[in-house]
Design a protein. Sequence first.
Length: 64
Amino acid sequence: MTTYEKKKKAAMIAVAYYIEQEKANAVTQVNIVPRLSRWSRTGIEIAMNKRQVIQLGGHVLRRA
């Protein structure tokens, strides 16, 4: 089996796994309470950022 065939096979396996995960997520999304509003998600993000700064000892990671 050539390198190209190995990569092609690995890509097909990855796509099949991704599709199975999406199917599983679609089934679970039906049973979940409606998603959080943007406002509440923003509050959660702010809290997570504060926690990250505390854990990093005051240093803030720069995102590129």
